[in-house]
Design a binder for this molecule. Structure first.
Ligand code: KIV
Length: 284
């Protein structure tokens, strides 16, 4: 299947075709996602928690994101890949924002970037869009500012907060975003934003009426153990599967059931008698 590009996602919205979107952080998972027919992959800064074991996304830096994005690109050459801008890669200056956004395209071959925030990052969005880069906005629960939000909490649950989210969505669309991700907001607020904007609106915990859905792969496969957000659906339990396989391996090693003859290499036929003779000469 040829890689879908941004205009095709806009077309999918017009036709009412849902967009399947998943995070990936490495080469094999990206291969699986592409084989599964994923429309879009996010190399999310959630890799801070899912891959590196940090308690949040704040410690993640650009160089880490680029290494993972490169691996994902190699694993999914025919899938639209979005690079997620980590904390402080775009907030401190417009030059830095454009430069770091450009790194995802130049160094990792990404198709777009995503950044968190509403009205307060309009200048950064304008600058990145003006440099020719496809941009996905991200509002609602924005993990990089979870300190200000009072933790990883759903947003838009009061009229005031819902109105603020809608203002944010309109402002960043006006600034030029090409797609929008809504995280952990009530479905009725998400449905209004989806109806109102002329661009694809993706949901992670924002209900079924959005134009597509995102899940974090480590949640989908049951790998991430620390906590499970309400919006997660687990499709398998790899943590259990892997742990059980490792337990079986430990037991086999301890009882010398592994390796078996089929897991070993034989000496070359003509060398074996010579080796036996050599051992004999050494008295072994
Ligand atoms: O980093 C990520 O995976 C994200 C999602 C939580 C939306 O930004």
């Amino acid at each position: 299947m040829p890689k879908k590009m941004i205009h095709e996602f806009h077309e999918m919205k017009r036709k009412g075709e849902k967009i399947a979107y998943l995070t990936s952080y490495d080469y094999p998972t990206a291969q699986f996602a592409e084989a599964a027919g994923m429309d879009m992959i996010l190399v999310g800064d959630s890799l801070g928690m899912c891959v590196y074991g940090y308690s949040g996304t704040i410690p993640v830096v650009m160089d880490q994101m680029i290494v993972h994005a490169e691996a994902v690109r190699r694993g999914a050459p025919n899938t639209f890949v979005v690079g997620d801008m980590p904390f402080l890669s775009y907030q401190s200056s417009l030059e830095k924002a454009v430069e770091n956004a450009g790194r995802f395209l130049k160094e990792a071959g990404c198709d777009a970037i995503k950044l968190e925030g509403g009205r307060r990052i309009v200048p950064q969005i304008r600058a990145i869009v003006d440099s020719g880069i496809v941009v996905m906005g991200h509002i609602g629960l924005t993990p990089q500012s979870s300190g200000q939000l009072g933790g990883h909490k759903a947003q838009g649950r009061t009229l005031e907060s819902a109105k603020a989210l809608i203002e944010d969505a309109l402002a960043i669309r006006e600034a030029g975003i090409h797609m929008l991700l809504l995280e952990a907001i009530p479905p009725e607020v998400a449905a209004y934003i989806t109806r109102t904007l002329d661009i694809p609106v993706l949901s992670i915990g924002a209900g079924v009426d959005c134009d597509g859905q995102l899940l974090i792969v480590s949640d989908l496969i049951g790998q991430f153990q620390a906590f499970t957000p309400k919006f997660v659906k687990k499709y398998c339990a790899v943590a259990e599967t892997i742990t059980n396989a490792m337990k079986a391996y430990v037991a086999d090693v301890k009882s010398a059931k592994f390796p078996e003859p089929q897991h070993t290499y034989s000496m070359l036929k003509e060398e074996r008698p010579k080796f036996d003779e050599w051992l004999k000469a050494r008295g072994k």
